[in-house]
Structure formats: structure tokens, C-alpha cells
Ligand binder design. Structure first.
Ligand SMILES: Nc1ncnc2c1ncn2[C@@H]1O[C@H](COP(=O)(O)OP(=O)(O)O)[C@@H](O)[C@H]1O
Ligand SMILES: [Mg+2]
Length: 232
């Protein structure tokens, strides 16, 4: 009997490539273009419900998609973006989603592995600042991300420098790609519905990120005040 390659993935055979507050990401040298993202065991209960720390939002743990809500939000955002380029080969400002697979650690989302030219995982803007390497080209690429996000009506819900990675892969110009934090938090889909409100929100997020860049650059001991294109 033949078995689908992606019928089930035993993550024991994969390498933990990193993690955020709520998800783990796994890589495998055999498949350099993809990552598998799973929800951390510490972020879900045995039944796949979300672990909710806040007392005010205690009801969230009963939501239908439970701990997988984050996948759903990102998928919706990706579908909305992808439909605009039907049949076109297009580089997207957010990491592509290739699908889902059952793994030894729960459902895994298969996503584009954004890499640097040397094949290593693309660094976040936060890391680039910590390493004192942040310069004009990084800011330009971040601002270009926001131009595209505005043009394509991408909804963001989480704005921090750890969600934006710098990709200088060989094909094409270097870019900033958003790997996390896309989608709508508002239950009525306010920003997905209103282009105007979303534009305002994106502008606010961009300014907030510029603020984070200034602050973290100061901590790292580099000067970013001479960069052109920072909001004031
Ligand atoms: N598609 C990707 N390509 C490259 N690196 C990624 C990708 N997705 C996530 N990362 C890295 O992994 C970290 C954590 O992933 P993330 O999706 O942000 O997890 P969480 O949802 O827990 O915040 C990111 O900050 C980034 O450094
Ligand atoms: Mg994150």
C-alpha cells in the first residue's frame, strides 16, 4: 500500500527551528522550503481548547476552533490575499500557507520557510537591531511592506518587530515579510470590511513599529535618527 508523504508527520524526525509565545516551528533539511507550525502544548489543553489566563476573557476557551483559532485567522487573511492573484506567480508580503498536516504534536500548518541567502532562517527585524545591523534598506523594506499591505488590504492584529523577517534570498529584491500576526481580532470583521479603517490602523501600526525600532536601537546602542522614512 502506498502512503501519502503528508499523511502524518512525526515531528521527532524534525528539528525545532524556533518558537514564539504560542507556537513551535519545525524544519527538516529534506524540505528546505517549508516549516511546520504547531500550537505549543503549553498554549492548549488536552481537548485542543485554548489556555486562557485572563479571567475577563475566560469564555474564549470554549470557542469552536479553540487553540487553532490562530491558524484560522491567518488562513482567512491568506485566502483573501491569494484570491487577488489567481493564476499569477506573485511574491507575497506575508508567508505563504501550503496547507495543514496531522503531526505527533497536533495539527501543523505548513508554511513557506522564509530564508536568508545562505539558507538559514530569515532573521526578524528585532534580531537585526539587536545585532546592530539595522540600516536604511531594512527600513525601506518595512515601509514597502506597509505600502503593499495597504494596497492589498491586509489586516494585521499583532504588531511587533518579531513578526517581520528580512529575506535577502537570491531571487529578486530583499524584502520584509510578515510571518505572524495577520488576521482580524474584531469579531465583526471591522477592518476586513472597511478599507478606510484598515488603512488608518496600518498607519498606526507602522508608526508603532518605527517607535519600537527607535527604542530597541537605543538599547542596542545604534543610531537610527538619520534614517529617511521614519514617522515622526
Ligand atoms: N514562515 C517563517 N519563515 C521564517 N521564520 C519564521 C516563519 N514563521 C515564524 N518564523 C520565526 O519563528 C518565530 C515564531 O513564530 P510565530 O509564528 O511568530 O510564533 P507565535 O505565533 O508563537 O508568535 C518568529 O518570530 C520568526 O522568527
Ligand atoms: Mg509571533
Amino acid at each position: 500500500m502506498t502512503q501519502f508523504v503528508l499523511d502524518f508527520v512525526d515531528l521527532e524526525q524534525w528539528r525545532l527551528a524556533g518558537h514564539g509565545a504560542s507556537r513551535n516551528l519545525f524544519e527538516n533539511r529534506m524540505y528546505p522550503d517549508i516549516l511546520i507550525k504547531t500550537v505549543k502544548p503549553s498554549a492548549q489543553t488536552a481537548g485542543g481548547n485554548r489556555k486562557v489566563k485572563s479571567r475577563i476573557y475566560f469564555f474564549k476557551k470554549w470557542r469552536r476552533f479553540g487553540a487553532y483559532m490562530v491558524f484560522r485567522r491567518e488562513l482567512e487573511e491568506y485566502l483573501n490575499l491569494a484570491r487577488k492573484f489567481g493564476g499569477e506567480r506573485k511574491k507575497l508580503p506575508i508567508a505563504k500557507i501550503f496547507g495543514f498536516v496531522q503531526t505527533s504534536q497536533g495539527l501543523g500548518m505548513i508554511v513557506e520557510r522564509v530564508a536568508s541567502r545562505d539558507g538559514s532562517l530569515a532573521p526578524t527585524l528585532r534580531r537585526i537591531i539587536q545585532e546592530r545591523r539595522f540600516e536604511q534598506k531594512h527600513l525601506d523594506a518595512l515601509n514597502e511592506f506597509f505600502r503593499e499591505a495597504t494596497r492589498f488590504h491586509i489586516v494585521l492584529m499583532d504588531c511587533n518587530l518579531g513578526n517581520f523577517v528580512w529575506s535577502d534570498a537570491q531571487d529578486g529584491d530583499p524584502r520584509v515579510i510578515c510571518v505572524d500576526g495577520t488576521g482580524e481580532k474584531s469579531p465583526v470583521g471591522l477592518y476586513a470590511t472597511s478599507n478606510l479603517l484598515n488603512r488608518i490602523k496600518l498607519r498606526r501600526y507602522q508608526a508603532r513599529l518605527h517607535g519600537q525600532i527607535r527604542k530597541q536601537a537605543e538599547t542596542a546602542g545604534i543610531n537610527v535618527s538619520s534614517l529617511i522614512g521614519m514617522s515622526t
